[in-house]
Design a protein around this ligand. Structure first.
Ligand code: NAG
Ligand code: NAG
Ligand code: NAG
Length: 205
């Protein structure tokens, strides 16, 4: 009962922080400043889904997770992109599983080619850019993109996450599409965040 109240309170505080995003967002989303800090939680990937496949303009060659005992799971993705693109819309959304998945902290979209030419100061975009550049470097590349097979063997690391995150289950959605909204690649990454140590709650968040 009490823990429910605390749980709700923390969510209210979290939502208030989202409503006044400026200093908070910079603090949370400055990826380069944050990635070296040790996290007080562990991330465990549960599932990788490349959704909406088969795609119209690209060929999904591989999309699977390799589970490894006591080590981070590997994420294997390979996509053949025969055409060239000067415009790639990137949409991303982090969802927290409350009873259903609710959008949480990260939700946005950006035209990737323009962004790579002139990175603006938007903290959420800068954060996603930092994460994607580390996680799938072959894709984060000046445009045009394509005429190529992109293959990445990667992992979801704790340092990709904000410095503190509520324990629980999450789903990260990332979708790449063309100017005419044709899906080039779309993935959903399901993962759990668990506290290291015994205090398995959101209190410290
Ligand atoms: C993070 O660590 C790397 C190497 O361990 C170092 O090159 C980099 O300057 C550090 N970044 C910050 C912001 O401390
Ligand atoms: C596609 O890639 C091949 C080999 O990498 C290159 O020879 C060719 O010029 C490229 N085509 C275009 C349209 O860029
Ligand atoms: C773009 O396509 C996606 C999935 O194919 C669809 O869910 C979305 O509504 C489309 N967006 C627009 C603006 O048409």
């Amino acid at each position: 009962m009490l823990s429910n109240v605390i749980h709700s309170l923390i969510w209210v505080v979290g939502i208030l922080m989202l409503l006044c995003p400026a200093p908070y967002a910079e603090n949370v989303f400055s990826y380069e400043d944050q990635k070296n800090f040790t996290r007080q939680f562990k991330i465990r990937v549960q599932r990788l889904v490349c959704n909406e496949a088969p795609y119209k303009e690209t060929v999904l060659l591989e999309c699977r997770m390799i589970f490894r005992r006591n080590q981070r799971s590997l994420l294997c993705m390979s996509l053949k992109v025969p055409k060239l693109y000067h415009y790639v819309m990137v949409q991303f959304q982090l969802n927290y599983k409350f009873t259903t998945y609710q959008t949480f902290l990260i939700d946005g979209k950006v035209e990737g080619c323009a962004y790579m030419r002139h990175q603006n100061k938007d903290p959420v975009l800068a954060y996603m850019y930092g994460v994607l550049k580390d996680m799938i470097p072959s894709v984060v590349h000046p445009c045009p993109l394509g005429n190529k097979t992109y293959t990445e063997l990667t992992m979801l690391k704790e340092e990709y996450a904000p410095k503190s995150m509520p324990a629980g289950d999450y789903r990260m959605d990332v979708r790449f599409s063309t100017k005419t909204n044709v899906t080039l690649f779309s993935l959903q990454l399901f993962f759990g965040v668990r506290r290291r140590g015994i205090l398995n709650s959101m209190i410290e968040w």
